[in-house]
Design a protein around this ligand. Structure first.
Ligand code: NOJ
Length: 563
């Protein structure tokens, strides 16, 4: 029996390592410089070799690509840029044959403004049934010339755009928490709820193993849509304000914004939970919910709601012993209290890659990115060292871990992208003040000697790849002891052999130390976040993120030992 057969009760997601594929940038089979589904199918054996359990695919649906596919114009079809529904079938079958599960993205907070539903809403006019599916409002001011409230778009600028009536006069405004091409649905509408149940069933019927739910803390807005000004030091998606991460400063929950984390979202997930439960095979819902603190985030994964939530508190924790220990404890407690596994994640397509982020010295808010004019650009040598050590710590923890394509190669953020190549709406909506997320989305290098480093059969790539990525190409690391790729493979193999993902954390250190040390079953994990070398305890060394000198573990390094 293979792991991907549709048996229920395995709860495979509790311990899974889930690898995020960003289809635009993974592999391009048709040679147009943009990744596609056939490219993914062809490269899947490499992921099998890496040792992951599942893939999560960022959106590949019909879309004008104003937000890289998170602007969906047809939820039940594949954009020609990425292939066809048949190509999806092949991808899924190839993955399942390799015992790799397939999770797809679902984007329920907003559609593309190109979606037929939104076009019908525009055409139908105020007060119509079609308009009630989205968030239209009359403007304030004498002639409705002011937006309905003061909300700002996550990508910068105001969160409202005014429409034009059929006769050319200015009309109502519509809400878009993201780009103006991404109108927010009104989830009070039963019609909208019914459409999304049908979308879930469409993909479940095709055999997907689950969904990553975009902006799972959005969807329901506070009645009356009251004005709100977010704290200046908060991440744009509503995550932890930077001040809450400093030692000694309490991580009190900020006042809940009227557009995030409203109680009503939970009813939607209880409904979706029941839809998934109609299907065999332990299908999974994973929440992208930027919500603080962790005890609040845990509400998304109560027994009758979703199964996993991305642990952004962990992602946002600096490389610092006491803070890591605290976030690990808080995560295990918060998720454990509702019977859910903790997840762990260090990188994704919305944040500065951790091989750069962990060496940043200044403040960098989520979504703002880094670029040529950023003061204090990270030292890439320190960044990679810390990234390898941080990953080795993460993959030892009990629960489910998410990896983002390219991190197994140690890719840093691409900093030197020319302005004209940038595509993130954040860049345009802030007139270049925020770089946005293109730097973590550059197509990944497979073969050093090929054009576009083997990413595209046509030798081109939609974002330029840094020339020095040739040294990081997969074929340069394959079989090379100590390479980042081999470190990931070893960690994933040992994690499985020692059942670390279903283990426990037993602290062995002093909670104020720069050295994080704990026992998980018969393995001892030592992560040295400081600068001073330390002597390892007794025991056979199973894994090191940096070579040892005798029994000395240097700073910014992690070791696993047999207890
Ligand atoms: C979160 C996604 O991860 C991000 O890439 C996207 O821009 C926003 N949601 C809007 O859909």
């Amino acid at each position: 029996m293979t792991g991907t057969e549709l048996t229920s009760g395995t709860e495979w997601w509790r311990t899974a390592v889930i690898y995020q594929i960003y289809p635009r940038s993974f592999a391009d089979a048709n040679g147009d410089g943009m990744g596609d589904l056939s490219g993914i199918s062809a490269r899947l054996p490499h992921l099998k070799e890496l040792g992951i359990d599942a893939i999560w695919l960022s959106p590949f649906y019909t879309s004008p690509q104003r937000d890289a596919g998170y602007d969906v114009a047809d939820y039940c079809n594949v954009d020609p840029l990425f292939g066809t529904l048949d190509d999806f079938e092949v991808l899924q079958q190839t993955a399942h044959d390799l015992d790799i599960r397939v999770i797809v993205d679902i984007v329920p907070n907003h559609s593309s403004s190109d979606h037929g539903w939104f076009q019908a809403a525009l055409a139908s006019g105020p007060g119509s049934e079609e308009r009630a599916r989205y968030t239209f409002r009359d403007g304030r001011g004498e002639n409705g010339e002011l937006p309905p409230n003061n909300w700002e778009s996550v990508f910068g600028g105001r969160a409202w755009t005014r429409t034009t009536n059929a006769d050319g006069t200015p009309g109502q405004w519509y809400l878009h928490l993201f780009d103006s091409s991404q109108p927010d649905f009104d989830w009070e509408s039963e019609w909208v709820r019914e459409q999304f149940r049908a979308v879930l069933r469409f993909w479940l019927d095709r055999g997907v193993d689950g969904f990553r739910v975009d902006v799972a803390h959005g969807m329901i807005k506070a009645p009356g849509l009251p004005d709100y000004t977010p704290p200046a030091d908060g991440g744009s998606m509503g995550g932890t304000p930077a001040s809450a991460l400093e030692p000694g400063i309490s991580a009190e929950a900020p006042a809940t914004p009227p557009y995030w984390a409203q109680e009503g979202v939970h009813e939607i997930y209880r409904d979706w939970h029941n839809v998934l439960a109609e299907y065999a095979g332990d299908r999974v819902l994973a929440a992208e919910a930027w919500v603080d603190p962790l005890s609040e985030m845990a509400k998304w994964v109560r027994a009758d709601e979703m199964h996993q939530a991305f642990n952004f508190a962990y992602l946002e924790t600096p490389w610092n012993g006491p803070l890591l220990r605290r976030v690990i404890d808080d995560s295990l407690e918060a998720f454990g209290n509702v019977g859910a596994p903790s997840t762990w994640v260090l990188s994704n397509h919305d944040v500065v890659r951790h091989a750069s982020r962990l060496a940043l010295t200044g403040d960098n808010l989520q979504g703002h990115g880094i670029g040529p004019k950023t003061a204090d650009l990270p030292d890439t040598v320190i960044g990679l060292r810390r990234a390898r050590a941080a990953t080795a710590l993460m993959l030892s923890l009990p629960g489910s871990s998410y990896l983002y394509q390219g991190e197994e190669l140690g890719l840093p953020e691409a900093v030197d992208l020319p302005d004209h190549a940038r595509e993130d709406p954040t860049w345009f909506r802030t007139s270049g003040e925020r770089y946005g997320r293109d730097g973590c989305r550059v197509p990944i290098p497979w073969e050093a000697a090929s054009e576009s480093f083997g990413f595209s059969s046509g030798g081109t790539s939609w974002l330029p790849q840094p020339a020095d990525w040739s040294a990081l190409a997969r074929d340069q690391q394959e079989g090379v002891p100590g390479s980042t790729l081999e470190l990931y493979k070893l960690a994933l193999r040992l994690r499985r052999e020692h059942s670390l993902a279903s283990g426990t954390v037993e602290w062995l250190d002093d909670s104020n130390s720069e050295v994080v040390e704990y026992r998980n079953g018969n393995v001892i994990i030592v992560a040295n976040t400081g600068a001073t070398s330390i002597e390892l305890p007794a025991g056979e060394v199973l894994l090191v993120s940096e070579s040892l000198t005798g029994r000395m573990l240097h700073g910014d390094a992690t070791a696993w030992l047999r207890a």
